[in-house]
Design a protein around this ligand. Structure first.
Ligand SMILES: CC(C)=CCC/C(C)=C/CC/C(C)=C/CC/C(C)=C/COC[C@H](O)COP(=O)(O)O
Ligand SMILES: CC(C)=CCC/C(C)=C/CC/C(C)=C/CC/C(C)=C/COP(=O)(O)OP(=O)(O)O
Ligand SMILES: [Mg+2]
Length: 275
């Protein structure tokens, strides 16, 4: 049982769940009456590919995590690097195969994201800003994947933009938080290259633009009420960013992202005539 649990733990199931929900929102925004089997395939594909990305990330990060996060599955020796790597490849293949059952566009996104997640973990992560850009695109792509499965990427492009901006801000704040360890290991992250102050101002601008754009969505009054909760959390995160409190800012940004998913679920439900 412990072995099964560590295979799930290395996937970071909380992130996989958020990503799967985002993809379902994209599906419901694109198609107000999706078939249950399509919804199941969308959720499974995104859950598997996201989990693969997290597992392969821990495989390539095992030396850094042994210092910064020794409790994680590989540095704590609860799973071998080889098994973690094999598990990630299996999940990439499973997620892409399930996406193939949906339609060719969904399959193309799943394969492209799988390759990008692998390259991020192996190389891209340590390149200034491009690593952040990759994670920002990948997070936003969950909505595009759901929209593609529903046959209309349309408005999911707007959700893609919001999610990418919020994730970019959070990734920059996580890099500011990690500057001591990254500097010691020679990683050239954005705050190390342009300075923490400029990097935090960039993160703040991403959050501000995302908040302003979130009110432009033609998604109904119930959505506006729900997204206000998310935007209040993003405003709190903005205050933390400007005060130089990166650890608090990145946690507040994740809370805002979760609240924003609820707001998008409200929009999808009202679009389906459920509200
Ligand atoms: C202003 C506004 C309404 C913005 C929209 C925010 C939104 C809906 C974001 C999308 C949330 C989402 C699809 C999350 C998927 C999973 C996830 C948390 C991805 C980004 O995190 C990657 C990160 O590097 C994981 O690190 P950690 O959380 O520390 O394990
Ligand atoms: C739409 C499809 C088919 C897949 C989407 C795939 C998704 C949602 C990816 C979301 C972003 C994500 C979870 C990326 C995984 C890579 C990752 C764990 C980045 C963070 O890693 P590090 O920068 O090493 O920081 P930590 O490991 O300390 O969190
Ligand atoms: Mg990592």
């Amino acid at each position: 049982m412990k072995m099964v649990r560590v295979f799930l733990e290395i996937m970071r199931p909380g992130n996989c769940l958020m990503a799967g929900i985002a993809a379902l929102i994209g599906l419901m925004v694109a198609d107000s009456g999706p078939l249950p089997v399509t919804a199941a395939l969308v959720f499974i594909a995104v859950f598997a590919v996201t989990g693969a990305g997290n597992a392969v990330n821990d495989y390539f990060d095992r030396e850094i995590d042994a210092v910064n996060r020794p409790g994680r599955p590989i540095p704590s020796k609860r799973i071998s690097p080889e098994r973690a790597f094999a598990w990630s490849i299996l999940l990439f293949l499973l997620g892409s195969a399930v996406a193939l059952l949906i339609n060719p566009v969904a399959f193309a996104i799943a394969v492209a994201n799988s390759i990008l997640l692998y390259l991020y973990a192996r190389n891209l992560k340590v390149t200034p800003f491009f690593g952040n850009l990759a994670v920002g695109y990948l997070t936003g792509s969950t909505f595009l994947f759901g929209g593609a499965a529903g046959g209309d990427v349309g408005i999911t492009l707007f959700l893609f933009l919001l999610a990418t901006l919020a994730t970019l801000a959070r990734e920059v704040e996580k890099d500011i938080e990690d500057v001591p360890g990254d500097r010691a290991s020679g990683a050239r992250t954005l705050p190390i290259v342009i300075g923490e102050r400029r990097a935090s101002h960039l993160a703040a601008s991403f959050v501000l633009i995302a908040i302003l754009l979130s009110y432009l969505a033609p998604l109904g009054r119930a959505y506006l009420a729900a997204v206000t909760v998310a935007d209040l959390l993003f405003l709190a995160a903005l205050a933390s960013i400007l005060r130089g409190e990166a650890p608090r800012a990145q946690k507040m940004l994740k809370a805002g992202m979760a609240a924003a998913l609820v707001a998008f679920m409200v929009a999808a439900a009202s679009g389906m005539g459920l509200l």
